[in-house]
Design a protein around this ligand. Structure first.
Ligand code: NAP
Length: 298
């Protein structure tokens, strides 16, 4: 079998076109532009490239993006003040603090300082709690992007067995919850695996859908799959590669060559989950702006 590629770039473009049309409509009819505030601390090259990609996507969708770039040695108090400025800014509907933060800053304290009404990453305890009890909230971008991919690629989740590799707060736990939700793109039976799972392959071989979010290359190989399974590869691993100008290439958590021989569908890295993550950030920022309109405009 040679798996069909789930093209995240194409699906993301499709969604971004829909979002841009809604943004244009808001501007034309209500004179309001959705705005994303981005805070970047330090000079981590990966963070810088993520932030640049997010800002470009914002501009392409017709949204406003406002960036605050702070030096590595910024104090936690100064950062908290910037977050508060954005909380109060009526032109900003969504706030993104790029993670990871420098070690001397308490990441939780900073996330908790973001107003839940502008928490378009869906990381604050209020949004996480609301998600768990199926109340209106901002869903975290990567897990939500994965569910949208499955829906738009025509993958049935209801009644299927999904195995999630990874239990982080930003990917593993929330995607497991969204897959089990009684909702479109959910209603699956979900198994969550992690480093305490003695025999990972025992679980993945029973899966109709595998979500690989371990952050380790080759965590999932073809012999660990049931024939015809769908594989969503979330991992982004930088593999040293001296033949490239950058000195590295990107690889997912799945060993693409062997997995694509057994799976029916697989996401590539790059060009899979990544573009969908950014798209869901735009989606949440638009959503936040629409909520503001609903509460402030006649
Ligand atoms: P993380 O916080 O490091 O969590 C990794 C999880 O995987 C942990 O729960 C860990 O288990 C588990 N794990 C690691 N090795 C394992 C193994 N061999 N077998 C079973 N479980 C294993 O990482 P994350 O933030 O969730 O991100 C995961 C990957 O997705 C990373 O490569 C990251 O760069 C990528 N990512 C991509 C996007 C995107 O938009 N494309 C967005 C977010 C993250 P323990 O809990 O037991 O340690």
């Amino acid at each position: 079998m040679s798996a069909q590629i789930i093209d995240g770039t194409r699906l993301a473009t499709e969604m971004r076109t829909e979002i841009a049309a809604q943004v244009a409509d808001l501007k034309a009819n209500r004179n309001i532009t959705p705005g994303l505030g981005v805070i970047l601390v330090g000079n981590d090259p990966a963070s810088l490239s993520y932030v640049t990609a997010k800002e470009r996507a914002c501009a392409a969708a017709g949204m406003l993006s406002r960036e605050i770039r702070l030096p590595e040695e910024t104090t936690q108090n100064d950062l908290l003040n910037c977050v508060e400025q954005m909380n109060q800014d009526p032109l900003i509907h969504g706030i993104l603090v790029q993670l990871p933060l420098p070690r001397h800053i308490d990441e939780k304290a900073v996330i908790n300082a973001i107003s839940p009404a502008k928490d378009v990453d869906g990381f604050t305890p209020v949004n996480v709690g609301r998600m768990l009890i199926d109340e209106p909230c901002f869903l975290p971008c990567t897990p939500h992007g994965i569910i949208q991919m499955l829906i738009r690629a025509g993958v049935e989740t209801s009644g299927k067995h999904a195995v999630v590799i990874g239990r982080s707060n930003i990917v593993g736990k929330p995607v497991a919850h969204l897959l089990m939700r009684k909702a479109r793109g959910g209603n699956a039976t979900v198994t969550v695996c992690h480093t305490g799972t003695p025999d990972l392959a025992h679980h993945t071989r029973q899966a109709d859908i595998v979500i690989a979010a371990a952050g380790r290359p080759n965590t999932l190989t073809g012999d660990m799959l049931k024939p015809g399974a769908v594989v969503i590869d979330v991992g982004v691993n930088r593999i040293p590669d001296t033949s490239r100008k950058s000195g590295f290439r990107l690889a997912g958590d799945a060993q693409f060559e062997s997995v694509s021989q057994v799976a029916s569908m697989v996401t590539p890295v790059p060009g899979g989950v990544g573009p969908m993550t950014i798209t869901m950030l735009l989606h949440n920022t638009l959503e936040s702006c629409l909520r503001t309109c609903a509460t402030t405009l006649p």
